[in-house]
Design a protein. Sequence first.
Length: 225
Amino acid sequence: MVKRKLTQADYLLIAANLVPVYGVWLLGWKATEAFIVYALETMLIGVITLLKMLVVTIVRKKDIWYNQGSSSIVSGLFFMLFFTVHFGLFAAVQTTIFSQSADIVPPGGGMLHFFFHWYDYINKDIAIMLGGFAIGYLWKNFVPFILNDEYKTVPMMKLMFQPYGRIFIQQFTVIIGSMFLSFGADKAFIFIFAAIKIFFEVFIDFDGLINKSMDDLQKDPVKKD
């Protein structure tokens, strides 16, 4: 599903994706720092998703959990815990492969050093780029979530699945990008990388795909406990 019309939030997210390109090409920022931001973006998306799930949990307390043709009512805290563990594994794998391929882990740091010590990598340029993404995602995903009262009706399983489509694309491109860093093709690839990210994050209707999956899931015979 491809979007035919972009929103103001989409344009803001496009601008956020172009900030690293502008910085690397014209301001002398290091391409490695831009890819560090892209890796940290995974964690940022996870935090925003958890924030949305927390709002739903405070308001509605519980929701339906679907599992292999059956369903049950569980606490929102269960959804949050499951998402934290599951999404955390994805983020750990991505950041580990990226940090090892880009060779940014200090001697003796270990494979998960970047994942557990991400704050050590943040400098002024990285903070600017990451701040742009934070504003973009909050404006695109969290603000409408509150203003449109989506938190009152959205299934928590949908919230839990929302980040994964983008993350699969991001994981692939970040890992490939880290390999290009070692070949010295960082400037060229960061432009290509940003273009790919913009296309999948802005023009592909992930929410529509998730809605279709949720509809199919709810059509299956369910047994409520």
